[in-house]
Design a protein around this ligand. Structure first.
Ligand SMILES: [Zn+2]
Length: 430
C-alpha cells in the first residue's frame, strides 16, 4: 500500500523526499460538509497518511505539510458509496446475457474482469461499495476485496455478500432452454428448509461474507389497479432462519424484494435493507418508515434493461419503469431512509455509476440529500458513520473533486476529476 502511495505522490505531487512524505494539504475551492449539507468556501484538508487530520479555513491555515495539492478550482466532497454493486457481473439485459457469463466464463476469468470493474468504480469516484453477491462466482468477491486491501489491485473499500441465498429452483438459468440432464451453474446458493438456511449463512460468513443477501421474491406481475405482486421464495421458517442466523452472527441482511410478497417477509425476518422494492405498496412504505429500514432503489438499472427485456418478451421492467417516479416520490415524502445503490454490473460498467442521482433529483429529492444517500446515509447503513462519507477529523482520506457545483447540477457527479482513497491518489484527470 505504501509503495503505491509513494509512487503516486512522486508522479503527481511536489515531493522532494518521498520517504518522508506524511502530510498533504488539499486546498479546496468549495467543500461539501455532507453532515450539515452546507457548502464551505476556501477550505484546506490536511491528510496524514490515510486519515483526515484537520479541516480548516484557508486564511487560518498555517501548518507546514510535506506537500500541497491545489484543488482551489474544484468542488470537493467525500468519496461516494455505492451500496449495491456486482463487480463479478458485466451487464445482463437478457437472461441469455446472464447465462453466457455463468456458462462460458470461468471464475478466474470473471475475477480478472472484476478487478477491472473495481478500478472503474474507483475512477468513478466511488471509494466504497457494498457488493451484493457474486452471481455464481462463489467467494471470488472475498478475493477481490483482499487484493484491494493488500494493494495488489486498485479498487474501493468493499463490503461483500459472497453467494446470496435463495430456495431450490427459484434463481435458474433460463430453465426452458437447457437440457435438464445437465447440472448447470447457479447464480446463488440454493437451500431447502430452515436447517439448510442456517448452514448457508454460517458457511458464507465463514468464507468472508460481511453481509447476507437473499432473493425474497420472484415472478412479478401487475394487477389491473396498478399494484404489483409476486411469489415469495421462502417459507416463513426458511426466511426467518436466515434472518435470525444473520443477526445472531452480528451481520446484516440485504433482501432483494420487489413486491409486498417479498418485502413484508424480509422485514419480518429482520432485513436491514430492501433492494429494488420497485413494486412496493403503501403498507410496505409505512412499515419501512416505522422500522427504520433502508431502501436501495437501484433506479437506472431498471431503465437500462426495460426495453431490451420487453423485446425479449418480458414487460414487467417496463411496468416497473412507468410506476417508478410515483413510488419514489411517495417513499421520499413518507420519509423512508433512501440509500444510494446502482446495481452496476447488472448494467455495463462502461455506463456511468452516478446516473441514479439524476433520477432522484428529477423525482423530487433535494440534490444535497441525494448526495447524502451516497455519503452519510450509506455510511450509517455500513456501520461506518464518521469514518467514510464525511470529510472530518479522523475519517479515512476518501476524497473526490468535480469541476462545478454538483449541488446545483447533479450530473457533474458523472465526471469526477480527482480521486483519493485511503490517502492515495488514484485519479488526476484535471
Ligand atoms: Zn443486484
Amino acid at each position: 500500500m505504501r509503495k503505491i502511495f509513494s509512487a503516486f505522490i512522486f508522479c503527481f505531487c511536489i515531493a522532494s523526499n518521498i520517504d518522508a512524505q506524511k502530510t498533504v494539504a488539499i486546498k479546496c475551492g468549495q467543500l461539501l460538509d455532507t453532515k450539515s449539507g452546507q457548502t464551505l468556501s476556501n477550505q484546506v484538508i490536511v491528510v496524514r497518511d490515510n486519515k483526515v487530520e484537520a479541516v480548516v479555513a484557508a486564511n487560518a491555515f498555517k501548518q507546514k505539510t510535506d506537500s500541497i495539492i491545489d484543488l482551489s478550482n474544484y468542488f470537493v466532497l467525500p468519496g461516494l458509496i455505492d451500496c449495491h454493486t456486482h463487480v463479478l457481473l458485466q451487464g445482463d439485459i437478457t437472461s441469455d446475457d446472464y447465462a453466457a457469463q455463468l456458462l462460458k466464463e470461468s471464475i478466474p476469468y470473471r475475477t480478472l474482469r472484476a478487478a477491472r470493474s473495481a478500478n472503474i468504480c474507483l475512477q468513478n469516484g466511488f471509494t466504497t461499495i457494498r457488493d451484493l453477491e457474486t452471481e455464481g462466482a462463489m467467494y471470488a468477491d472475498v478475493d477481490v476485496k483482499r487484493a484491494i486491501n493488500n494493494g495488489v489491485i486498485a479498487g474501493p473499500r468493499m463490503f461483500v455478500a459472497t453467494r446470496a441465498i435463495n430456495t431450490v429452483g427459484h434463481y435458474p438459468l433460463s430453465p426452458k432452454e437447457f437440457n435438464w440432464e445437465l447440472d448447470l451453474p447457479k447464480g446463488i446458493q440454493e437451500i431447502n428448509g430452515a436447517d439448510e438456511a442456517r448452514k448457508a449463512v454460517r458457511e458464507q460468513i465463514a468464507h468472508g461474507a460481511d453481509w447476507i443477501k437473499i432473493y425474497a421474491d420472484r415472478s412479478y406481475y401487475q394487477l389491473p389497479d396498478g399494484s404489483f405482486r409476486g411469489l415469495p421464495n421462502f417459507t416463513a421458517e426458511e426466511i426467518n432462519a436466515v434472518g435470525d442466523e444473520t443477526i445472531k452472527s452480528r451481520k446484516k441482511l440485504a433482501a432483494h424484494a420487489m413486491t409486498r410478497d417479498g418485502i413484508l417477509a424480509a422485514i419480518n425476518a429482520g432485513a436491514t435493507s430492501i433492494e429494488h422494492g420497485s413494486g412496493m405498496d403503501d403498507e410496505c412504505v409505512q412499515l419501512m418508515v416505522e422500522k427504520n429500514i433502508y431502501w436501495c432503489p437501484t433506479i437506472f438499472v431498471n431503465e437500462y434493461v426495460a426495453e431490451g427485456r420487453a423485446k425479449a418478451g418480458s414487460i414487467i421492467n417496463m411496468q416497473f419503469k412507468n410506476a417508478a417516479p410515483a413510488i419514489f416520490t411517495k417513499a421520499l415524502n413518507a420519509g423512508i431512509k433512501i440509500v444510494y445503490g446502482t446495481d452496476i454490473g447488472g448494467y455495463d460498467w462502461n455506463v456511468s455509476q452516478a446516473k441514479d442521482f439524476e433520477y432522484m433529483v428529477a423525482w423530487g429529492m433535494n440534490s444535497v440529500k441525494a448526495i447524502q444517500t451516497a455519503t452519510t446515509v450509506a455510511a450509517q447503513l455500513l456501520d461506518m458513520e464518521g469514518s467514510i462519507g464525511e470529510i472530518k477529523v479522523g475519517a479515512f482520506a476518501d476524497i473526490i473533486a468535480v469541476k462545478g457545483d454538483p449541488t446545483k447540477d447533479i450530473k457533474l457527479l458523472q465526471q469526477v476529476k480527482w480521486v483519493m482513497k485511503d490517502g492515495i491518489i488514484y485519479k488526476t484527470s484535471r
